[in-house]
Design a protein around this ligand. Structure first.
Ligand SMILES: NC(=O)C1=CN([C@@H]2O[C@H](COP(=O)(O)OP(=O)(O)OC[C@H]3O[C@@H](n4cnc5c(N)ncnc54)[C@H](OP(=O)(O)O)[C@@H]3O)[C@@H](O)[C@H]2O)C=CC1
Ligand SMILES: N[C@@H](C=O)C(=O)O
Length: 267
């Protein structure tokens, strides 16, 4: 029986992906911080014989290394790792940003992925069977006001995924970066610090992607023939596309001539 590790399985994409794999007979290792939701997953997917729950914070290196590094049989031959746990707190521009929230975003989205990947890769290489799927975001390619730290964290994931493929040259381990756009999950409620109304207003009337769509895409990527590596996949709801680069008049200081420059400006 095959084993998949899904980080951040207590909500959104992670929960839907866990459901997709469990319904196809896979054993699961599920992680998240909310114990009661992990307990519910264990019950839903067939009990502790089928699901191993790891309550842990992905920012806690020791917990991740210990939890994923010492998985009990039969959960120890991990074939698929879905690095899904992630957050994007706040939507303020950098000059007004909350540094604590930046750190939480960076530590979860970057370090959590690195800890899990580093811990599980040697086993995949040794068993000659593995697939790492990293959840990036369209925000990693297309910047928007207020999404800078989150987007930069997802640019890291895109580059990390490509680099990982290069490092794994010759090994039977696949790597996929998946970049979803607007999707309705708990992501925005967390981004807006619990403001459900503000989160809902993003989705209303826009037919966002739903978690099951992402789970389906992950399932498809994993089930391509072993010779095929889907490097990257970008998905948006049809309602989402690009708008022109922003242009905004500059609030120059009194007496400033925009034709001037610091070496010619005697103000
Ligand atoms: N929704 C969207 O529009 C998009 C989301 N993404 C990315 O997809 C991934 C999943 O997001 P989505 O399902 O939408 O978000 P949700 O907020 O619905 O779920 C996030 C999951 O991550 C877990 N998580 C968050 N922080 C930590 C942490 N420090 N330690 C352990 N687990 C953590 C949560 O579990 P718990 O709270 O129990 O710890 C939860 O299970 C993220 O990486 C996100 O950046 C990418 C593109 C679009
Ligand atoms: N789609 C969201 C998450 O990745 C966003 O970009 O805000």
């Amino acid at each position: 029986m095959r084993v998949a590790v899904i980080t951040g399985a207590t909500a959104g994409f992670g929960a839907a992906t866990a459901r997709r794999f469990a319904s196809n007979g896979w054993r699961l290792v599920v992680t998240g911080r909310r114990q009661e939701r992990l307990d519910a997953l264990v019950e839903e997917f067939g009990g502790p014989e089928m699901v191993h729950a790891l309550p842990m914070d992905m920012r806690d290196r020791e917990a991740v290394e210990k939890g994923l590094g010492k998985l009990p049989a039969p959960f120890d031959a991990v074939e698929v790792l879905v690095n899904n746990a992630g957050v994007g707190y706040g939507l303020e521009p950098i000059q007004e940003g909350n540094v604590d929230e930046w750190e939480a975003t960076i530590d979860t989205n970057l370090k959590g992925v690195l800890y899990a990947t580093r811990t599980l890769l040697p086993g995949m290489i040794e068993r000659k069977r593995g697939h790492v799927i990293n959840l990036g975001s369209t925000a990693g390619s297309w910047p928007y006001t207020g999404g800078t730290i989150y987007g930069a964290s997802k640019s890291f994931i895109q580059h990390f995924s490509r680099g990982l493929r290069a490092d794994l040259a010759g090994h039977a381990v696949r790597v996929t970066n998946m970049d979803p756009g607007l999707c309705e999950t708990e992501f925005s409620v967390n981004r807006f610090r619990g403001d459900v109304e503000r989160a809902n207003s993003l989705y209303e009337g826009n037919d966002p992607i739903i978690s099951e769509d992402i789970a389906e895409a992950i399932w498809w990527v994993v089930n391509m023939p072993y010779r095929v590596n889907v490097n990257t996949m970008e998905l948006m709801p049809l309602s989402q596309s690009w708008s022109p680069l922003q242009v905004k008049p500059v609030d120059w200081p009194e007496g400033c001539d925009p034709d001037s420059s610091p070496e010619r400006d005697d103000r």
